[in-house]
Design a protein around this ligand. Structure first.
Ligand code: ATP
Ligand code: MG
Length: 651
């Protein structure tokens, strides 16, 4: 049955000025899937090509020979598309508004002309350090303009960037430098965030102890605080930029040359280097940015993500700048100096489209409406969310309190692997329902498969695993250095489809509802991490024999980290040891991975073959012990009683 009553329809006034209405969406969508070559052939022309493509789509999902190419004989440069081609018309328009962590520090308005100057200089600095086409450059920076310059400078000379979120630890950084084989790491002295400061340079020093001594370290002196300095290895970026030439010709790149590698959180413990290429990725990032946010010339767009996540790549940098937009880069956090910070920035810069994560909204909601109502938010036209399913309570608060019922909410479902939005309502066209990412973007063919049989469920109402039937230009091409793993992860389980790893329900209106992930990844405050990564960190501690980590419902974070820990025989459980383990995980992986609750587990529920039954641990952590299911295959069923008796709910 259709649940029209839940729907919020776009207002006629909004639709009148939008890029597209419902009939337009239906028509364009139909064409995009019936004639993908014609459709994407036309859409690709929104970019500037040095050599136009004659090939549009060469893709196969066949397991064993998965190969994805778009615009494969076209030649372009991504930085020229984000900068140079805008200069005739927009040289004095603001490209980036930089809003620093400290609200007392003035914002910077960086014009397209200035962006061009900085990126060209930065590109020359990279060349002077021996960075060549195809080389990897790891970027470990705060949310400062230099992060944008570094990304675009790599694109300009054909180097492949790999951003590591500044919240990650030295170990995580070292792993990524080594896996990508980077020649250079770009960092800053310190990263101020929420009034606190992370010592990025000394983290990088620690990481580089585990890397080849050939890796160079480019340091952005951002706060000016004193840091160590290794002669011959460390380089002062700003100094070199001042002395570099402001001209560096954009290198002609093939559409399928890699633009960046971005490591996902890694559900199996070893993070995957997701590879995105140039022509298709940029076409897709730009097109989704334009339609999903209904971006118009002159609008100010703000995506609050960090550039360390794919959302920052596609919707702070590449999508907006390809469209000649004004994009906001925010160094801070939503709650510093107070819970009104987001809204103060929206008022100050007259933000038109605002894009954030449900976890941020839940944290802000907890502070009530006053911090929102203090500011004039009348500039806001569209509100977006991404990262996890948004609970209806947060959706309604976003809609009523932030948007005053006038700004359509676009709930966007996508992944690092997809490059851009796959499911999202186009705001002038599609009525929304709280918690649903609604309908597919152009060219996207979602299907729901029965999880066990792998059969496609063709009825409108369906529930199962979410797969994609055919390629779209923003799709990842491979796992860095491991095409085998790419195929096995995404194409093996359900032959002929791209497997998203998410569960999904389709309702009577054909709307899609993501029900969560099928695998074992947990989502803590919008940061996703593989439980295996936290487990490996725990067992690396000398006192720990074994550990199993699951998510559990957490009011603010969405999911919290629940760790079951079995100690070595000679160890006594104590609160001091709990603290020690928390600090341990923090330093091994980073602050976001710190367990929220540690339960001492003298034994873990295991099958006879020795596999931990996570299903049971999840039930206990969710306080859902009434429906344990079959536990007869357990080697020792008595451990379950003990775990229930000492769970977070029992104390
Ligand atoms: P890894 O693949 O290493 O486990 P990850 O999946 O945690 O990493 P991302 O690619 O950033 O990292 O996250 C994509 C996932 O986030 C989706 O597969 C989905 O589970 C969830 N997600 C993102 N946006 C939404 C949304 N709007 N609604 C529901 N879920 C979402
Ligand atoms: Mg994933």
């Amino acid at each position: 049955m259709s649940d029209e009553t839940l729907m919020t329809k776009p207002s006629p006034a909004f639709t009148a000025s939008a890029h597209i209405d419902r009939a337009g969406y239906d028509e364009m969508y139909a064409r995009s899937v019936s004639d993908p070559v014609g459709f994407w052939g036309e859409m690709g022309k929104t970019l500037d090509w040095i050599t136009p493509y004659t090939q549009v789509k060469n893709t196969t999902f066949d397991f064993g020979r998965v190969d994805i190419q778009w615009y494969s004989d076209g030649v372009l440069n991504v930085s020229a598309n984000c900068i140079d081609r805008h200069l005739p018309k927009r040289s004095l328009q603001t490209a980036i508004i930089f809003e620093p962590d400290d609200p007392e520090t003035p914002a910077q308005h960086i014009t397209y002309k200035e962006l061009s100057d900085k990126v060209n200089r930065f590109a020359n600095v990279l060349l002077s350090q021996g960075v060549m086409r195809g080389d990897r450059v790891v970027i470990y920076l705060p949310m400062i303009p230099e992060a944008a310059y570094a990304m675009l400078a790599c694109a300009r000379i054909g180097a492949i960037h790999s951003i590591v979120f500044a919240g990650f630890s030295p170990d995580a950084l070292a792993n990524r430098i080594n896996d990508s084989g980077a020649k250079v790491v770009i960092t800053a002295d310190h990263a101020p965030r929420g009034g606190r400061s992370t010592p990025l340079k000394s983290n990088t020093d620690a990481a580089l102890l585990h890397c080849s001594d050939k890796v160079r370290c480019l340091v952005v002196k951002h706060t000016g605080e004193q840091t160590s300095w290794v002669q011959g290895r460390d380089v002062d970026v700003k100094y070199l930029m001042e002395h570099a030439s402001p001209e560096c010709p954009p290198r002609p790149m093939n559409a399928e040359d890699p633009l960046f590698v971005l490591y996902t959180s890694g559900s199996t413990g070893k993070p995957k280097g997701v590879v995105h290429t140039s022509g298709g990725y940029l076409t897709y990032a730009a097109l989704t940015h334009k339609y999903v946010f209904d971006y118009h010339d002159g609008d100010v767009f703000w995506c609050t993500a960090d550039v360390g996540w794919v959302t920052g790549h596609s919707y702070i940098i590449y999508g907006p700048l390809a469209n000649g937009a004004t994009t906001v880069m925010f160094e801070g956090v939503p709650t510093y100096p107070d819970a009104g910070r987001f809204w103060q920035v929206c008022e100050k810069h007259k933000v038109n489209q605002f894009y954030t994560a449900p976890t941020a909204l839940r944290a802000l909601m907890a502070h009530g409406n006053a911090p929102v109502e203090k500011y004039d938010l009348s500039s806001i036209k569209v509100l977006g969310t991404v990262g996890e399913p948004i609970n209806p309570e947060a959706w309604n608060w976003y809609n009523d309190v932030v948007g005053k019922g006038k700004a359509p909410i676009v709930d966007t479902w996508w992944q690092t692997e997809t490059g851009g939005h796959l499911l999202a309502p186009l705001p002038g066209a599609v009525a929304t329902k709280p918690g649903s990412a609604t309908l597919p973007f152009f060219g996207v063919q979602p299907v729901i498969l029965d999880a066990t049989s792998g059969e496609e469920i063709t009825t409108t109402e369906a529930e199962g695993v979410l797969c994609l039937k055919d390629s779209w230009p923003g799709q990842m091409r491979t796992v860095w250095g491991d095409h085998e793993r790419f195929q096995e992860t995404y194409f093996q389980q359900y032959k002929g489809y791209y497997f998203s790893g998410d569960g999904c329900r389709r309702d009577a209106d054909g709307y899609y509802w993501i029900t969560g992930r099928v695998d074992d990844v947990i989502n803590v405050s919008g940061h996703r991490m593989g439980t295996a990564e936290v487990e490996s960190a725990l067992v690396a501690h000398a006192a720990v024999a074994e550990a199993a980590v699951v998510g559990y419902p957490h009011e603010i974070k969405g999911q919290g980290i629940y760790a079951y820990v079995t100690l070595m025989n000679d160890q006594e459980p104590s609160d001091a040891l709990k603290k020690e383990l928390e600090v341990w995980v923090r330093t091994e992986i980073g602050p976001i991975a710190k367990p929220d609750f540690i339960q001492w587990a003298p034994g873990l529920p295991k099958t006879r073959s020795g596999k931990i039954m996570r299903r049971i641990l999840r039930k206990i952590a969710e306080n859902d012990t009434g429906s344990m299911g079959d536990i007869s295959t357990l080697a020792d069923p008595s451990v379950v009683e003990d775990l229930i008796g000492n769970s977070i709910y029992a104390v």
